[in-house]
Design a binder for this molecule. Structure first.
Ligand SMILES: Cc1ncc(COP(=O)(O)O)c(C=O)c1O
Length: 372
C-alpha cells in the first residue's frame, strides 16, 4: 500500500476510517423505507449542525457545494426579484456568476480581497435600494476571512429582506447559527468541515420561505427546491436518484461530528489553526488577512520571497502533504493556503508543521547557496 498522504488543503478533506467504511453498504434502492429512514436521520442531525430549529428544513442534494448554491439562487429568484451581493473573494465571485447565469438583477457591493465588507455601507444600500434578498459568503475560503454574517443577518431582519448565506466552508467549523443570524437559506457541502467525502450539497432552508415558493416560476428544473421540499416532506424520498453511497457516507460523518460535539469540533479546528499560525509566524510567513478575521480552518500566508509558491507546494506534495496555492492575483503575490478541515488533529498538525518547517528551511538554504 502507498504511504499515507495528508490533505492540508481547504477541501476535499481527509475522513476517518469509520466514515470511509460507510461506503461499503449493501446494495439499496432509494425508494425503500430503510433509505427513507437514513434521509430522515440525516435531516434531523444536520439541523443540529446548522443550529436550526423546527422552522427549518434540510434538503440534501446530490452534487457539490455549488449545486446547493445554484439550487437556492435558481429557486428563490423568480423574475423581478433583486439581490444585494456582498463580495470580497473568489467565492463571492462564484455567487456573482450564478446570479448572472440565472439573469438575477443585483446590486454589487464588491470589496478588495482580504478586506472585510463595510456593514454601514450595506445598511445604507438596504435603506436606499429595492432589494429582496441579501446574499453573501460566510467563510470566504479564498482568503480565510470570516464575514460579518451575524451583523448582516440582523440588518436583513430589520429591513425585512431574505438572507442567503453560502456556508460551504463554514458549517461544522464555525459558529454558524441560522436562527440567531436570521438566515433563510444556508448552504454547505459534505466534504469540508463536516468531514465527509464530496458528492452531497446541503441546503438548510426556512420552511416559510420554501412555502412562499409555491406557484413561483423557478429558473431551474433539476435543482428546484420547492419540488424537492414537497417530495421529501410527503414521501421522505428525494425527487431524483440520489447518490446513495454519498448519503451513507455523509450520514456517518454527521453522526461522527455530533458524537464529538459541534463545540468540540470547532474547538479542535481552532486549536489546529492556532498551531499553524504560531509556527508560520516563527518562520516569518505573514498572514494575508488580519488574524482577528481569520477562520478556524484555513490560513492564508505569504511565502517569503526567496521561494516560489509552486515549487514549495510541489516539494510538500512529494513529502506527503497537499497544500493549496492562493487564487488569482493572490497567487501572484506568492500567497498559499493551509487548511485544517476534516480528520486532522493536533498531533497530525504537529507532525505536518515539522515537515513544513524542515522543507522551508532546506529550500531556503538551497536558494541562498545558489544565489551566492
Ligand atoms: C465558500 C465556498 N463556496 C462554494 C464553494 C464551491 O464548492 P464546490 O467546489 O463543492 O462546488 C467552495 C469551495 O471551496 C467554497 O469554499
Amino acid at each position: 500500500m502507498s504511504k499515507k498522504h495528508f490533505l492540508f488543503s481547504p477541501g476535499p478533506v481527509m475522513v476517518s476510517e469509520r466514515v470511509r467504511k460507510a461506503a461499503l453498504h449493501e446494495d439499496i434502492c432509494h425508494r425503500v423505507p430503510e433509505f427513507e429512514k437514513l434521509i430522515k436521520r440525516l435531516q434531523n442531525n444536520l439541523l443540529q449542525v446548522f443550529q436550526a430549529n423546527d422552522d427549518y428544513f434540510i434538503l440534501p442534494i446530490t452534487g457539490s457545494g455549488t449545486a446547493a448554491n445554484e439550487a437556492v439562487i435558481g429557486s428563490y429568484f423568480t423574475t423581478g426579484k433583486h439581490a444585494l451581493l456582498i463580495n470580497n473573494g473568489e467565492f463571492g465571485c462564484r455567487l456573482e456568476e450564478l446570479l448572472t447565469t440565472h439573469d438575477v438583477p443585483f446590486t454589487h457591493l464588491k470589496y478588495e480581497w482580504c478586506t472585510p465588507p463595510d456593514v454601514a455601507e450595506i445598511e445604507s444600500c438596504l435603506k436606499k435600494e429595492d432589494i429582496d434578498a441579501v446574499i453573501m459568503v460566510c467563510h470566504e475560503t479564498s482568503t480565510s476571512m470570516i464575514n460579518p454574517v451575524k451583523e448582516v443577518g440582523q440588518l436583513a431582519h430589520t429591513y425585512g429582506k431574505t438572507f442567503i448565506v453560502d456556508g460551504v466552508s463554514a458549517v461544522g467549523g464555525e459558529d454558524v447559527d441560522v436562527v440567531e443570524s436570521h438566515i433563510d437559506f444556508c448552504t454547505t457541502s459534505a466534504n469540508k468541515c463536516i468531514s465527509g467525502l464530496p458528492g452531497v450539497g446541503i441546503v438548510c432552508a426556512k420552511i416559510s420561505r420554501l412555502e412562499d415558493m409555491k406557484g413561483h416560476k423557478p429558473k431551474t428544473a433539476y435543482l428546484n427546491l420547492y419540488n424537492q421540499y414537497r417530495m421529501l416532506l410527503n414521501t421522505g424520498q428525494t425527487l431524483n436518484t440520489p447518490s446513495t453511497t454519498m448519503f451513507y457516507i455523509l450520514d456517518e460523518a454527521v453522526r461522527e461530528l455530533l458524537e464529538e460535539g459541534l463545540e468540540n469540533r470547532i474547538r479542535r479546528y481552532k486549536e489546529c489553526a492556532g498551531m499553524i499560525r504560531d509556527r508560520a509566524k516563527k518562520l516569518g510567513m505573514k498572514m494575508a488577512i488580519d488574524e482577528k478575521f481569520a477562520s478556524n480552518t484555513v490560513t492564508t500566508l505569504y511565502l517569503p520571497s526567496e521561494l516560489a509558491v509552486d515549487g514549495f507546494i510541489a516539494e510538500m506534495e512529494k513529502r506527503g502533504y497537499t497544500l493549496y496555492p492562493a487564487k488569482r492575483h493572490l497567487k501572484e503575490r506568492n500567497i498559499f493556503q493551509i487548511g485544517n478541515m476534516g480528520h486532522i488533529f493536533p498531533d497530525t498538525t504537529e507532525r505536518f508543521l515539522d515537515v513544513l518547517e524542515q522543507t522551508y528551511l532546506e529550500m531556503k538554504d538551497r536558494t541562498l547557496i545558489k544565489s551566492r
